[in-house]
Write a protein that binds this ligand. Structure first.
Ligand code: 13P
Length: 284
């Protein structure tokens, strides 16, 4: 199977109240672990790739890994640019074979964000590529992007509805109180904002910063209309903890497969649990 746009599964997710996971790809082991978990759970999924990860892996390798996973698994997989910062980077990804892109214009004024997002949607739609937009600012640190939580501001439902109507995005990330990275305490998620937006637009809302959000809150967010949930940090933590454990208990290890293998297995467990929690198991 070839890579698919998110429209292959997001409408079904919205209609049947489940969410599809975006699991960020950072290297080969992440790509394999995410695919293995999804095969075991028979789930669609999204490989999210940030600009930083793209620089690290190289665009050709990234596309090749995702295409190989789609071919091997036969699952509906979208390869999605995470937090694309410009029209140019979105086009570069589409030309290279990405089936989906996010344009993050959340730091612009609403008018500018709508204008720039529309330009991406216009081209992407013609290519059968799905687009995610963002409104409000999501706090925390992701790659080179760092937003102080005091500066993060929640999305306003009426602006989000207008943003959807004018841009025609396929899903919409709105700031509702989650943040990238792990939480010191518990996040304060504004489920009412998710509900107010998703009850008025036909596409799902995206919950960024899925790592460390308690299961009950994830379920409430899905019930309120979140149809795509992003997870990166929890896999990074599981990967690094597994590597640390192998290396600290044996200083003779030199073959990377001896620590990357357990790291991969730890990530498979994280992703399988998330898939079940999101309800996308057996939805491929
Ligand atoms: P976490 O790293 O907090 O899981 O967030 C991932 C994300 O939202 C990617 O866009």
């Amino acid at each position: 199977m070839a890579l698919v746009s998110m429209n292959e599964f997001l409408p079904k997710a919205k209609a049947n109240k489940f969410a599809v996971g975006q699991f960020n790809m950072n290297n080969l082991e992440f790509a394999q672990a995410i695919m293995d978990a999804a095969i075991a759970e028979n789930s669609p999924f999204i490989y999210g790739v940030s600009e930083g990860a793209l620089k690290y892996m190289g665009i050709e390798n990234t596309v090749a890994l995702a295409e190989a996973a789609a071919k091997k698994s036969g699952l509906p997989i979208a390869l999605h640019l995470d937090h694309g910062s410009s029209f140019e980077v979105a086009m570069k990804c589409i030309r290279a074979g990405f089936s989906s892109v996010m344009f993050d214009g959340s730091h612009y004024s609403l008018e500018e964000n709508i204008k720039l997002t529309k330009e991406v949607v216009k081209v992407a739609k013609e290519m059968g590529v799905s687009v995610e937009g963002e409104l409000g600012t999501i706090g925390g640190v992701e790659d080179d992007i760092s937003v102080d939580e005091a500066d993060a501001h929640l999305a306003k439902p009426e602006e989000a509805i207008r943003f959807y109507e004018e841009t025609g995005v396929d899903c919409l990330a709105i700031a509702v109180g989650t943040a990238h990275g792990m939480y010191a305490g518990e996040p304060n998620i504004h489920f009412d904002i998710i509900e107010a937006v998703t009850s008025k637009i036909p596409v799902p809302v995206v919950l960024h910063g899925g790592s460390g959000v308690p299961d009950e809150m994830i379920k409430k967010a899905i019930a309120a209309g979140a149809g795509k949930i992003n997870v990166n940090t929890e896999n990074q933590v599981a990967c690094t903890n597994a590597i640390r454990e192998v290396l600290s208990s044996n200083d003779k290890v030199y073959d990377p497969r001896k620590y990357l293998g357990p790291a991969k297995e730890a990530m498979v467990e994280v992703v399988r649990e998330k898939i079940k929690l999101f309800g996308s198991n057996n939805q491929a």
